[in-house]
Design a protein around this ligand. Sequence first.
Ligand code: NAD
Ligand code: DAU
Length: 349
Amino acid sequence: MKSIIITGGAGFIGSHVTRTFVNKYPEYQIINLDALTYAGNLGNLRDIEERSNYKFVKADITDANKIVEIFKEHQPDGVIHLAAESHVDRSITNPVAFVMTNVIGTVNLLNAAKEIWEDHYYEKRFLHVSTDEVYGSLGEIGLFTETSRYDPHSPYSASKASSDHFVRAYHDTFGLPVVLTNCSNNYGPNHFPEKLIPLCIHNILHNKPLPIYGDGKFTRDWLFVIDHARAIDLVYHKGKNGESYNVGGFNEWQNINLVKELCKQMDEKLGRPERTSEQLITFVKDRPGHDIRYAIDATKINRELGYSPSVTFEQGLSETIDWYLSNQEWLNDITSGDYQQYYKMQYTV
Ligand code: NAD
Ligand code: DAU
């Protein structure tokens, strides 16, 4: 039986990747390695936690010795690395945590894989999940391709760029069989409500202001999380060693227009009069170093691996809102406790 360690499997994207692999590949043993930080939630995986090909291991990737121990015990054939500090705003208040997890943690995993695989790389694979933010910010035109220059601006994107460089360095120096994905903004069920879409869904439900940074004209390129999981599956199995694949759905939205669309759909689903939620929109101070526009050119993954998204944005957003409406307990659990403190610190001027 092949085994794969998925790091960060209790987080937003990681939980969808874990579920995809556990369901689709009963012949693989899937080990979810996660430290369960504020962003990790085993409640995201209740439906698969009893499956015989799934196991959870609590560990911190910054602990090099522990990681080697786990790799020796489980002898993974593959690693899909998603564990990270992922929120740009938190990287502005605490950059060091991002260096520790995103840079040091990644290097610890690379070292552990190198040690247990001992140059026997046949049918082994280390997939590093990265982001489009490493490419920096676009003007009004153009798209990020795999050869775009790295130009990160936030401590988060700088830490992800650094981890990407280490992953490539281990390929070039030690021959480690790595592949990388650089994906655009994800949305969908289980998204932590510090990020724009789930934060606005939560606030609309509670009639709270919808904080829009700056003039709201910043642009992001949105992909349904299950389509990201499908891309990771494809790249893990069919990607070429040493290569990067941009993942996206050619779906750009200015933040203000996206939030208005969300308000419209929420009003319809909640049976509120038209434009009720839009009135909650509040412009607040901008994020420092805020990147203006991200947009992914996903031609390579489409042409070489036959990838394309399975849902339209309208379908994905509607499905996402429905999930939050039927899982308000999940949202309430997460937004009690520490979240309140974070929210006050981030949004009180
Ligand atoms: P998330 O914050 O929801 O989840 C991160 C997970 O990593 C959590 O389960 C957390 O407990 C775990 N984790 C954090 N620090 C850890 C540590 N030191 N040791 C072990 N586990 C730790 O993040 P996400 O949004 O699901 O993102 C997952 C990955 O995808 C990240 O690498 C991120 O950079 C990348 N990515 C995210 C997006 C997006 O839109 N969310 C887009 C492109 C790429
Ligand atoms: O592009 C991929 C990246 O997308 C991932 O690598 C990151 O892990 C992920 O967090 C996400 O980063 P963003 O900064 O783009 O996502 P966020 O949801 O935080 O913000 C989306 C846009 O909305 C951005 O322009 C900032 C703006 N925003 C965000 C919040 C939280 C607001 O206007 N108000 C807010 O309250």
